[in-house]
Write a protein that binds this ligand. Structure first.
Ligand code: ZN
Length: 102
């Protein structure tokens, strides 16, 4: 008599409801960066974002560069950084990331 091989017992393990606690992706981090720097972010999201930055070198470097730029702009203009500057920085990072991750 044939013995049935026991394989694939857990092929259909459910994987639902886990999306809330996942980390930000780089793109998401950049998308909310302006809110983060403007202090318009909830503590919860802020912690989540900082957790990403602390483990992601490209984002960390970008953040340092971004902060320096924003600081200079604020000093000079005494107001918010122009949106065009933020957009340029964002596209800069997105280009870097997409080149790395495909
Ligand atoms: Zn990142």
């Amino acid at each position: 008599m044939l013995e049935t091989a026991r394989r694939g017992a857990h092929l259909f393990s459910t994987n639902t409801g886990g999306s809330k606690s996942r980390m930000y992706t780089c793109k998401e981090a950049v998308d909310v960066l302006l809110e983060y720097l403007d202090g318009e972010m909830t503590p919860e999201l802020k912690a989540k974002l900082e957790a990403h930055f602390s483990g992601c070198q490209p984002c960390e470097e970008f953040l340092a560069q971004y902060r320096a730029t924003v600081g200079l702009c604020r000093k000079a203009l005494e107001k918010r950084m122009p949106e065009s500057v933020g957009e340029r920085l964002k596209s800069f990072l997105k280009t870097n990331i997409s080149a790395k991750t495909g």
